[in-house]
Design a protein around this ligand. Structure first.
Ligand SMILES: Cc1cc2nc3c(=O)[nH]c(=O)nc-3n(C[C@H](O)[C@H](O)[C@H](O)COP(=O)(O)OP(=O)(O)OC[C@H]3O[C@@H](n4cnc5c(N)ncnc54)[C@H](O)[C@@H]3O)c2cc1C
Length: 275
């Protein structure tokens, strides 16, 4: 099957091509896409290469940081505007993957990948799509509901909350191969506190469903309370509410269910795992 390569200068043009050609896929870092091509995925007939100048921007915008979809994970780890995300980025793959993989591509990486999306969900991320004249912004959870539809949405950028207190944002990933294996469970939490009470808690779980998911019952167990052993225990006990993690090559559903409350409690109490 011949494979065509098209180069375009804007995300809007890329979106038009993807809508017109069933087999067209946007090329970002290629860490997943080119693997699929090399493995002989014949559904892919056109590779769309996009040089939109906005794809590599990282910019503070008030309380938020806007990150272009084409920013590589290595570049993100070095960006002072997004220093709070550096520990998350360092938990993704090895240096070779981080040098190629992009922020936009990580939003399309299927579970158990997608660690960045887990962190973004805890930071109230909004995703900009190349739709309409100026683009369309939607909440990350809404993006995930649409992600696998045809034609695929084209992501131009992601905007995330910048934690006022960097210590209020926490990320923990448990993997069998350290430091760079796929997540058995990943947990991200934004825990802003005012006068000793938590306000606006957001907790996201990775590898516990088909996409990163909010742990709303755990959030409710913390909201308006102070963080301590008792509240952390209540949040850990609630973390699985409404979730049905799957079994895959990395871990079974049973193992993930056992592990998620432990990772949640350790993250809240800032405990280091026993080695
Ligand atoms: C060895 C290995 C280890 C890994 N380890 C981890 C890990 O520990 N944690 C983790 O989270 N991930 C991990 N990954 C997954 C990795 O994060 C993804 O491969 C990467 O983020 C995908 O980004 P990319 O730029 O290479 O996307 P590509 O491979 O170029 O694209 C992937 C898919 O996303 C689509 N796409 C990309 N950008 C856009 C866009 N802007 N708009 C619309 N569609 C788009 C493409 O069309 C394609 O369908 C690993 C991958 C490998 C190969």
């Amino acid at each position: 099957m011949p494979l065509a390569v098209r180069s375009v200068e804007s995300f809007a043009e890329a979106a038009r091509l993807l809508a017109a050609e069933e087999g067209a896929r946007l090329l970002a870092g290629g860490t997943l896409l080119m693997r699929a091509v090399n493995e002989g995925d014949v559904r892919i007939t056109v590779i769309v290469r996009c040089t939109d100048p906005g794809r590599e921007l990282v910019r503070r915008e008030g309380e938020r940081v806007r990150i272009g979809a084409g920013v590589t994970l290595s570049r993100l780890a070095r960006a002072p505007e997004a220093a709070f995300l550096a520990p998350v980025v360092r938990a993704v793959g090895g240096p070779a993957i981080r040098n190629m993989a992009t922020v936009g591509g990580n939003l399309f990486a299927h579970s158990p990948y997608g660690d960045l999306g887990t962190a973004f969900l805890a930071l109230d991320a909004r995703v900009t799509l190349a739709e309409g004249g100026t683009g369309r912004e939607l909440a990350l959870e809404d993006f995930y509901r649409r992600r696998d539809h045809r034609p695929p949405p084209v992501v131009t950028a992601v905007s995330v909350l910048r934690p006022r207190d960097p210590a209020a944002f926490r990320f923990r990933k448990f993997s069998r191969v350290r430091p760079k294996g796929a997540s058995v469970v990943a947990v991200a939490a934004h825990l802003p506190a005012f006068g000793g009470r938590l306000e606006g808690v957001r907790i996201a779980l990775g590898a516990m469903g088909p996409t990163p998911l909010r742990a709303r019952a755990a959030e409710a167990a913390l909201e308006g309370r102070s963080l301590g052993t008792e509240t952390a225990g209540a949040a850990a006990a609630a973390v699985l509410d409404g979730l049905r993690p799957s079994s895959d090559a990395i871990a079974s559903e049973w193992y993930r269910r056992e592990l998620a409350p432990v990772v949640m409690r350790r993250l809240l109490l800032a405990e280091e795992p026993r080695r």
